[in-house]
Design a protein. Structure first.
Ligand code: ATP
Ligand code: MG
Length: 402
């Protein structure tokens, strides 16, 4: 058993000692069997939420209406969910009703793929009611039950299928893949944010081409925001020499590049449609701008380095490397570190100083002068010292007043 399971074992033991069943379930069981690191330990139990809460001193109702209670233990939180069935799914995304049940089998039946429907006892014994082990062995993603029905219930599962294909390098079983093809349009029922999470995980996976090929073969991509016309772009992405995207920022920068978007405004529009954060948008626009410079000149001028910032610069170079025109990262980092200042606030003279010295009155001119000082310092035309900057500011102000 991995350490994470060993640490969580007392929780299962406590629930069992009270006469209920409890198992490790979900991705952590799948990843343990695959020998991969696990991130979150999920526990499923026959105990109802109130019963779970009665057994432990410290719990948090993280999702009690769905049966999920978090148990806090030696600084760790363990999500414990009561066995449940789901029904309704009028809207192709959420069950209208969840019902708590006492049967593990009922709970495993509602899970998406056979490899995600395995349970493990605290002693390591695997409960495999849907032949998930064989599929895990063969590298196959197969819907639990009738694939068509399962994607009707929850269309996000189609995105999860292509995402797991990428993360695990698995093949989607034929009936399951056919059902995705037949129901791809249902993806539009899913909140963009949820689709986005799967899309980003797909692109950051170990074998993204697997996921992308499935996305193209099933036409699922057509129902993702702003992607309907991107067949050629996806084909190009699939054809790139082996690549790995380490961050969310790098995924969007590469996509924006391959989509041949004309400018930052077009990137903003794309990312707005995907409902990303403004922070991500700013980063991607900066990285995309730097990427253009890297392609054209193989380097960035000091002011461009300054404006890009080290984080977006690293993103740009990661993507440039995938595209075949990357630089040694150490070289770019050194160029950035060698800038006289890395932040506006490091300028040795500020607006307050300009006013005190009576060089300028508050207003737009002040900003213009500070911008000129900044450029002069970053490009090495003047030392970043109060005196030198005061002199330069006077000169600039004088020319402006002439
Ligand atoms: P990850 O490694 O990304 O966490 P995971 O399989 O653990 O993958 P989670 O979203 O954490 O994915 O979900 C935990 C488990 O809950 C899954 O393994 C699966 O059994 C079940 N599950 C999650 N989402 C769905 C869904 N949309 N439909 C059916 N079952 C689901
Ligand atoms: Mg998980």
């Amino acid at each position: 058993l991995p350490t994470e399971f060993q640490q969580a074992k007392p929780i299962i033991d406590t629930i069992e000692a009270a006469g209920y069943e409890a198992y490790f379930v979900g991705g952590s069981v799948r990843d343990t069997i695959l020998g991969k690191p696990i991130h979150d330990v999920d526990i499923a139990t026959s105990a109802f939420p109130a019963e779970v809460k009665g057994l432990f001193k410290r719990t948090v109702d993280t999702g009690i209406e769905h049966g999920t209670v978090m148990i806090l233990d030696h600084g760790q939180g363990y999500e414990t969910t009561t066995f449940r069935t789901e029904s309704g799914y009028q809207d192709f995304r959420r069950p209208d009703q969840v019902t708590f049940v006492r049967s593990l089998k009922e709970d495993l039946k509602r899970r998406d793929f056979t490899i995600n429907a395995l349970a493990m006892r605290a002693d390591g014994e695997v409960i495999d009611l849907f032949d998930g082990l064989a599929d895990l062995q063969a590298g196959v993603l197969r819907a639990v039950g009738v694939a068509e029905d399962r994607f009707h219930e929850d269309a996000l599962r189609m995105m999860r299928a292509v995402r797991f294909a990428s993360q695990l390098g698995f093949t989607i079983e034929a009936d399951t893949q056919q059902a995705i093809t037949d129901n791809a349009a249902l993806l539009t029922k899913i909140a963009v944010e949820r689709t986005r999470v799967e899309w980003e995980k797909l692109l950051m996976g170990q074998q993204p081409v697997r996921g992308l090929q499935a996305l193209v073969a099933t036409d699922l991509y057509r129902y993702m925001p702003q992607m309907a016309a991107q067949h050629a772009m996806l084909t190009q992405l699939i054809a790139l020499p082996a690549w790995h995207l380490p961050t969310i920022e790098s995924t969007w920068t590469l996509l924006a590049w391959l989509m041949k978007l004309p400018d930052g405004a077009a990137i903003r529009q794309l990312l707005k449609a995907w409902k990303t954060s403004n922070e991500l948008i700013d980063h991607v626009v900066a990285a995309w701008t730097a990427l253009n410079a890297l392609q054209q000149h193989g380097e960035l001028q000091p002011m461009a380095l300054f404006k890009t910032g080290l984080a977006a610069l690293t993103t740009a170079n990661t993507v440039a490397t995938i595209l075949g025109f990357g630089q040694p990262q150490a070289k770019l980092t050194a160029a950035y570190t060698a800038l006289p200042i890395q932040d506006k606030r490091d300028l040795a003279l500020n607006g307050g100083d300009l006013i005190k010295q009576k060089i300028v009155t508050p207003g737009p001119q002040m900003g213009q002068i500070l911008a000129q000082l900044l450029t002069a310092v970053v490009t090495g035309q003047v030392a970043n010292e109060p005196q030198a900057l005061t002199e330069l500011a006077r000169m600039v102000a004088d020319t402006k007043n002439d």
